[in-house]
Design a protein around this ligand. Structure first.
Ligand SMILES: Nc1ncnc2c1ncn2[C@@H]1O[C@H](COP(=O)(O)OP(=O)(O)OP(=O)(O)O)[C@@H](O)[C@H]1O
Ligand SMILES: Nc1ncnc2c1ncn2[C@@H]1O[C@H](COP(=O)(O)OP(=O)(O)OP(=O)(O)O)[C@@H](O)[C@H]1O
Ligand SMILES: [Mg+2]
Ligand SMILES: [Mg+2]
Lengths: 232, 232
């Protein structure tokens, strides 16, 4: 599903360069559930942004489902970002002037234009259900600044799941959630993975990483360790 | 130090009301180190915003150092927010068009105007040191969007500490930090508490709460439990 070779990312600020990724080699097959861990600033989000086709590497190759991503057209990339991949951002990235319901509906409107599934009137229903599944049925018309941190995070998760992507990239999806809600979210992810959806999840909490089947540890732009999680 | 009685907070959105706090009674003395826990949406940040004089209750009283906060002048409130209290926001609240160094310097510039300590040329030095203490010496000229999630969080923490406040209110200060950095941050908080600084810290991680001396548990706008942490 995912193949990266010699992935490098260098950010240049004025005359200062930061080498966020220093040569990542990694393969992730279909149905995998991978946890990505590592120190703050070790390159996890940079890696996720490249996997999610939201940013491109300075060097190296990224193959998604066998095809080189740098060969994809603008349309193909947009379709991947909105339908194939569900992305939960570390900072939520909700539109502040848009209600929870409309934020979650967005990926569906894109697929609508690209003549994928559901009719227009269904998209609001589908978005509503996604929010209900995350315990937000009585917050659907709230704006992000009218939601608690954990509620904003759950809206971001609902948005990532709503178009039933085949790959979920979640960057610290439980950072703002209490233990009980975190366990509920991880149960949702586990169920989706059992149904065949591939998941790559960044977390700094070992309890959360234990839900995955494999842990990849980043350190200073490199992969330090890559091992299977012993079955519980 | 802190005395709240019958604290209520109701948010009204259109014709819908949300009762975020339903009558909080709580006392916190000097030198205390209190962890606030509870489910997502249970009222923790709302409570912290009122304690931090960033918002006012719909009902009830809040006494800070014996005086009723609702009697404070605008200037007194501004001084409290910038010098007396160091606030770490759940969402960081960094100014996006401002470098890490300048973000951290802000509270000092306020005290400067109010003819408190340090001369102008020192404020940049003091801010620089605060960032160095949190391992960000090589990021001081970066803008927030050029920083990782955990680095942004550390800038927010540096800003809260820079004016040497007597009370620190930290809302999920380790949510985006790896375990090692979290432990370092908690060690800083413990050291400050031993020096007499009072700390109220919201967290959803029990490991983090264990650093505190007392745990107050919120549920649905109420205080469910309030107990001391057994000495380790
Ligand atoms: N500005 C607002 N307008 C309307 N409702 C609000 C507003 N701010 C918060 N709320 C609601 O008040 C309740 C309490 O919010 P609060 O942010 O205090 O929760 P919290 O305990 O900090 O949650 P979390 O752990 O998710 O950060 C939530 O249900 C939230 O939806
Ligand atoms: N736009 C940018 N410009 C300059 N440097 C950047 C930029 N984005 C990230 N960096 C730097 O690249 C490094 C890796 O950042 P990244 O966000 O990938 O780390 P991370 O592992 O996700 O960290 P965290 O756990 O704190 O979220 C960091 O040192 C950061 O300062
Ligand atoms: Mg990150
Ligand atoms: Mg909160």
């Amino acid at each position: 599903l995912i193949e990266v070779r010699g992935l490098k990312k260098i950010y240049t600020t004025g005359d200062v360069s930061v080498e966020a990724l220093k040569g990542i080699n990694l393969s992730i097959s279909n149905d995998e559930f991978v946890a990505v861990m590592g120190a703050s600033g070790s390159g996890k989000s940079t890696f996720m942004n490249i996997l999610g086709c939201l940013d491109s590497p300075t060097e190296g190759e990224y193959y998604l489902e066998g095809s080189p991503v740098n060969s994809f057209s603008k349309d193909k990339l947009a379709e991947i970002r909105n339908s194939t991949i569900g992305f939960v951002f570390q900072g939520f990235n909700l539109l502040s002037r848009t209600t929870a319901l409309d934020n979650v509906e967005l990926p569906l409107l894109y697929s609508l234009e690209s003549a994928k599934s559901s009719k227009k009137q269904d998209t609001k229903k589908i978005a509503k259900r996604a929010l209900e599944n995350l315990g937000l049925s009585d917050r659907i018309h709230h704006y992000p600044n009218q939601l608690s941190g954990g509620q904003q995070q759950r809206v971001a998760i609902a948005r990532a799941l709503v178009s039933q992507p085949s790959l979920i990239l979640a960057d610290e999806p439980t950072g703002n959630l209490d233990s009980r809600t975190s366990v509920e979210i991880m149960a949702v992810f586990q169920k989706l993975n059992e149904q065949g959806i591939s998941i790559v999840l960044v977390t700094h909490e070992m309890d959360i990483a234990q839900y995955a089947k494999r842990i990849v540890e980043f350190r200073d732009g490199h992969i330090l360790r890559d091992h299977m999680v012993p079955r519980q």
